[in-house]
Design a protein around this ligand. Structure first.
Ligand SMILES: Nc1ncnc2c1ncn2[C@@H]1O[C@H](COP(=O)(O)OP(=O)(O)OP(=O)(O)O)[C@@H](O)[C@H]1O
Ligand SMILES: [Mg+2]
Length: 209
């Protein structure tokens, strides 16, 4: 299964979620291939920090052209491929989106987020020629204030598009998601049970049909 974490808007949490779900899937016994398509090389650098602090690192693929990307996406042995793409629109990112079995789109709960999402939705419609019989655009609420309970603005934006769904998992704003990144760790290297459970729920939801 290829999961491409995508949104043309920057800073929505693509790399943060990619990082934590990679380690959760590994912990759950999945073999994971990691592809970093962002020129900021966030996942690549987080992994460098991890390795230099003595922890077990990942093998992060950084294909240099579309041909190399396609060969990675067409021929993999792992259970799950996680692709972290940058917050912009280019051919490499479009390729990773068109090959995805599931697209994971982090979004937070505000009107400006909805406007940004509309732009991205138009790009998705432009790219996706696949006619899958399940919602392959999986929107996840991320960076949500712990007390927020009303998500009407997002629910309305997603509407009744049969290929899009709002996941039940909600990733709250938690310092631990951010602080662990800085030292090359994931939530699994902490004792923060609520944060670990949120990430686990997201992984379970992504792998269930
Ligand atoms: N749930 C969360 N709780 C706390 N901080 C978060 C959460 N999600 C993201 N952040 C923080 O928000 C910032 C932006 O996140 P991140 O770099 O993952 O976004 P991105 O979508 O990958 O951005 P880009 O488009 O630039 O690649 C980071 O500092 C990250 O740690
Ligand atoms: Mg990123």
């Amino acid at each position: 299964m290829i999961v491409t974490i995508a949104h043309t808007k920057g800073g929505v949490g693509k790399s943060t979620l990619a990082w934590h779900i990679i380690f959760m899937f590994i912990m759950l016994g999945k073999r994971v291939k990691v592809i970093d398509l962002d020129f900021q090389q966030t996942t690549y650098f987080l992994n460098q920090i991890r390795v230099s602090s003595g922890l077990d690192g990942l093998e992060v693929e950084q294909p240099q052209d579309i041909e190399e990307l396609i060969s990675l996406l067409e021929d993999y042995d792992e259970d799950i491929v996680i692709v972290d793409i940058g917050g912009f629109d280019n051919d490499m990112n479009r390729t990773a989106i068109s090959y995805a079995d599931k697209i994971l789109v982090p979004i937070s709960n505000s009107v400006t987020e909805v406007l940004g999402f509309k732009t991205f939705e138009a790009i998705l419609e432009d790219i996706t020629t696949q006619k899958l019989d399940y919602p392959f655009v999986n929107v996840v609420l991320n960076n949500i204030h712990p007390l927020t309970k009303n998500f009407d603005v997002i629910t309305e934006a997603i509407g009744n598009n049969p290929q899009m769904k709002l996941l039940k998992s909600i990733i709250r704003n938690r310092k631990v998601y951010k602080d662990t990144l800085g030292v090359g760790k994931s939530v699994l290297d902490t004792n923060d049970t609520p944060a670990i459970e949120d990430i686990k729920r997201l992984c379970d939801e992504l792998t269930s049909h």
